[in-house]
Design a protein around this ligand. Structure first.
Ligand code: ACO
Length: 349
């Protein structure tokens, strides 16, 4: 059975830099608070009207496809991870298929938030291993800036996130010392609501206490997104930060060790760990737990903030472009986020 290798990788971040000080114009916060709690110094925001999750993904994909030495016409499947799609439906995969004038190939969107890219990579890996596809485009992209609460009410969430996109092309390889060794996916829905955007959604919580005379009453201007929901900030992400932190620092090391153990390796064998850029404090905690030196963990949250599904491919791309990942290196990708879901992938570059 072939393994999957990353044949090409690309990234795109918008040109607009937003510093912590810039955010103080809109909310009560400070550069010091943000840096101390998250490590973030600045992030990128997409152009309000000209850039979308898909347009950023397309730019990252063009680079990944070119570096793989193929054309968009050669791609035979797309897996697109995002929580900020251009439309509520359809997903972004088909928009990439259209924008890059690809053949009428399959396009799948993955809704797994921060672990979305690693989940997407795992899905693509299975299709390569079974021989079903030969060139799969795997994307993680987000335009968070369109949907955050930039008032003081939403500051615990909105200072963390940024926009961007990363993409890889997966191809089969028979080489012994190359490719994805294994992927590991997990979830625990018990805490689904502590890092979530509740609306628009079909959950019952909101409707349970409403006494509408008839279904039609509920439909009048109140069905999908009501003024009530907006007044209660339910159209913005909610996060219980401390609870997320506590779970993340346990599950990140756990899923990394799971990948290492499955392949007869230990943390000492890792050449480069690419953690989802949730928060610099979380990455540092993971690094200490696994006793990894600074040169074996790549962080760029300082420049881009948390770009959710895009953070792993952006960090992987930057680390590779900077010459920090070389042929044959053992690379571990790991992510944790909303759901909760968490995942890892161990690969030889
Ligand atoms: N600026 C200034 N003050 C703020 C801000 C802000 N942006 N946000 C919150 N505060 C205030 C709060 O109002 C609170 O004030 P109070 O004590 O007067 O009530 C105080 O700071 C402490 O608030 P906490 O939420 O307890 O702050 P904490 O120290 O936990 O830090 C943070 C918040 C950074 C979100 C932290 O909980 C964390 O890192 N959690 C992990 C979650 C995470 O990384 N999420 C990323 C997205 S999910 C993912 O990718 C896994």
């Amino acid at each position: 059975m072939p393994k999957s290798k990353i044949a090409g990788i690309g990234m795109y971040v918008p040109s607009q830099v937003v510093t912590n000080n810039d955010l103080t114009q809109y909310m009560e916060t400070s550069d010091q608070w943000i840096q101390e709690r998250t490590g973030i110094q600045e992030r990128r925001f997409a152009h309000r009207t000209d850039e979308t999750t898909t347009t950023m993904a397309v730019e990252a994909s063009k680079i990944a496809i070119e570096r793989a030495g193929i054309t968009a016409q050669d791609i035979d499947f797309i897996v697109f991870a995002t929580l900020s799609p251009d439309y509520y439906f359809p997903g972004c995969g088909v928009l990439v298929q259209r924008a890059l004038k690809m053949k009428e190939i399959g396009a799948l969107d993955v809704r797994n938030q921060c672990s979305g890219f690693v989940y997407a990579l795992s899905v693509a890996d299975q299709f390569i291993k079974t021989g079903m596809y030969k060139n799969i485009l795997v994307i993680g992209a987000e335009k968070h800036s369109f949907g955050l609460d930039f008032t003081t009410r939403g500051r615990n969430v909105s200072v963390i996130f940024g926009d961007g996109a990363g993409a890889v092309v997966l191809q089969p390889t028979e080489a012994a010392n190359k490719g994805i060794l294994s992927t590991h996916l997990h979830s625990d829905g018990e805490a689904a609501e502590i890092l979530a955007m509740y609306n628009p959604g079909t959950h019952a919580n909101y409707w349970a206490d409403k006494n509408y005379a008839s279904f039609n009453d509920a439909l009048i201007g109140d069905m999908f997104m009501s003024h009530d929901m907006i007044d209660n900030a339910q159209n913005f992400p909610f996060m219980d930060g401390p609870s997320v932190f506590k779970k993340a620092v346990v599950k990140f090391p756990e899923v990394i060790v799971e990948a290492l153990t499955a392949n007869g390796k230990t943390a000492a064998d890792i050449d480069m760990l690419i953690p989802h850029q949730a928060n610099l404090r979380i990455s540092q905690f993971v690094q200490q737990t696994l006793k990894l030196s600074d040169d074996k963990v790549y962080n760029n949250i300082q420049k881009y903030g948390n770009t959710t599904a895009a953070s792993v491919p952006i960090a992987l791309c930057e680390a590779w472009e900077a010459g920090k990942i070389k042929e044959g290196d053992l690379v571990c990708l790991a992510a944790f986020g909303s759901g909760f879901t968490w995942a890892s992938a161990l690969l030889q570059w």
